[in-house]
Design a protein around this ligand. Sequence first.
Ligand code: ANZ
Ligand code: ZN
Length: 846
Amino acid sequence: NGAYDFAEIQAKWLPVWDELEPFRAGRAGDTRPRKYILDMFSYPSGDLHMGHAEAFGYGDTVARYWRHQGFDVLHPVGWDSFGLPAENAAIKRGVDPRGWTYENIDQQKRAFRQYAPSFDWSRELHTSDPEYYKWNQWLFLRLYEKGIAYRKAGQVNWCPNDQTVLANEQVIDGHCERCGFVVTKKALTQWYFRVTDYADRLLDDLNQLEGAWPSKVLSMQRNWIGRSAGADVDFEIEGRDERVSVFTTRPDTLYGATFMVVAPDAELAAELVAGASTEVQQRFNDYLDSVRAESDIERLATDRPKTGVFLERYAVNPVNGERLPIWAADYVLAEYGHGAIMAVPAHDQRDLDFARAFNLPVRVVVDTNAPVTGVIPVIQLDEQGDPIMPDDVPLLDPASTGIALGGDGRLINSGPLDGLSKSNAIRRVIEVLEQRGQGRAAKNFRLRDWLISRQRYWGTPIPIIHCAECGEVPVPESELPVRLPDAAGLDLKPKGSSPLGAAEEWVNVACPNCGGAARRDSDTMDTFVDSSWYYLRYLSPNDETQAFDVAEAEKWLPVDQYVGGVEHAILHLLYSRFITKVLFDLGYVSFTEPFTSLLNQGMVIMDGAKMSKSKGNLVEFASELSAHGADALRVTFAFAGPPEDDIDWVDVSPVGAAKFLARAWRISGEVTSSPEIEWKTGDAALRRITHRLLADAPGLVEAFKFNVVVARLMELVNATRKTIDSGAGAGDAAVREAAEVTAMVLDLFAPYTAEDMWQRLGYEPSIALVTWRKADPALLVEESVTAIVQVDGKVRERLEVSPKISPDELESLARASEAVSRSVGEREIVNVIVRAPRLVNIATRR
Ligand code: ANZ
Ligand code: ZN
């Protein structure tokens, strides 16, 4: 019974777990119910850091918990091992990205093994293995067949530093997510996945996740998808056969439109300006050049001075025939709606700013002072039958105040719409437009199709062959995987076209269709494709015949608990949800949402700041691990507070955690009773604390209140120590019971210590498979007090009640008593005095 030595305990139990494999899931004949607990897999760009330790610690607590509840728990591990950082590091150091990546994986793996999350290592996968990315290619071909994967030419986000295309999602405030460079636009033909076809479902199905995903993530997803409802309105253009449609969320303001604006970089602008004077064309072209250098974020900013060019063309308002001058201005985006708007300066701030900058008319069409909710006033009509609007509060003129009148109100200056509320006017005007064929109800999404091709080496080759005769030809499935050629001899430096294009032997192939000379598509896939379905591959990671086993998917999915960083709140989750829906439509899976519950851990910070090497405040996971041991670190994370909150490493104490573990461990060595001892003989007070923990911990774990569970464990360990030291002694049955329960609950946070305690208490490994003890209900009842019930001064009843009983409860218990109602009889109760919890006094009229 020496001192607690975490290093010794770690070295002792790792090989035993390797041998026993207690965390292996889905063994043949296992009849336990199933849970799938998934951590967002790691990107092997270096050693594990504190953020990994935190997240994987929490995920493991959940996984271990469900195992103790008698579930067969699938808790897999893998590596998101393709991607730009590996390639950039490889370029910088002149090494092979593959070698660099797999060395990092080895390093992370060693750290993980010490840290000992209860992973099923037999299912380990690497997305950069051909055995994995073959199925990315298979998935691509399924999407291609369905028209969901397609190629189109367009303006794409371009990082001039990384020389690669970026998805909209990878542009943060106009800068490259990876390197921080200002992102520009470039015309390129690229591969896309048609995620916009799924926009409605991606949005609507979020409602199913309400309460099970953090509300912040739900709203980020909702905003990203960005559905708005309104109408398309068609405008005639003077001197042009084709009409121009605009999307508006406020068709009710159609009478207030005073000009039209088109995006300078939309094709429409070029077409319209072709009919203008050479001087205007010149001015437009100069303007277009400057607009092309701007990011969408800049263009949409409300606080910039408005710029634009009048195109010398006119549109005609379909409801009143008015001529509207057409302008090109950068605040209208080519890629949203139809790339053109009807400008209603009185009610839209950006339109108003523009109108004031260029002296365009402003016409108020909604009286935003008129009440529309609450008491709805009856609208009076004048002799002509026109509505008389409430005019006690004067409307401020936006043209002079510069403040647009947003919000609800009643329509004015709008002919037949006058007097209607905003929502009724919207309905009415859409009806009219539809009848006349001049418009229709419409909705729009902020979401764009997913641009998946990258001009980089370290990724999944796109399984398409380009043939001069046959066009795009999919690589036949029997020829998958299309393996990445060796990096040796390839120039990986970014240059705007894929390095694979220079791999002559690889890129030149015979067309699978006609046999003629053809070329492979040399782009690789966005790594978000890899991670969009990896949760499925874990079900049968070594299956060479299919991407995943459909029967296994039925058994295990959807994932019961997903754990990971909020940095994936939008992209990764959106793409996984999208691919899941596609696979559902293709009949491969029977669920439409992959992750039933989501936990986002907070960040680990240092002295209030994000940790970073450059700031010099980095706490290295490796050194913390060797200083304190895995268990103390994990207890530290669990005890730090709610897992969603940030953890400041200056506020926590791994040393304190280690002391607590040593205290618990020491008790397990002091117990002198045998495992056969009768629990009932034990000290009742200690047993009550033990059983209350057994009863409360499940709810606490399921609500992610890990810190409360650790606090309760500390309480139990202290109480056990007191019982040993005072009177009852180490031989008391309650001490053994408390030590055993401590070990079992501690296994959620400190598996090494728990396993060792379990052995010291006389049991075989592994404690991980011990079923949760049932709390004895008799020990959960709080101590009771005796309440006396008197009727007209005589004691008629004694009630055992909780000391915390409320007066109302006590009174109704008293009235419900047989003895009391017998003694009251037919008489009328005139007065009841309650002194909870001890006394009820009932007086009757005799
Ligand atoms: C007239 C109007 C009047 C508008 C009014 C708003 C208020 P969300 O909610 O984001 O969908 N719009 C349409 N297409 C645009 C584009 N390509 N670039 C920039 N703005 C565009 O916004 C829809 C509104 O944004 C539309 O409704 C349109 O302005 C503008 F009192 O039309 B609205
Ligand atoms: Zn061909």
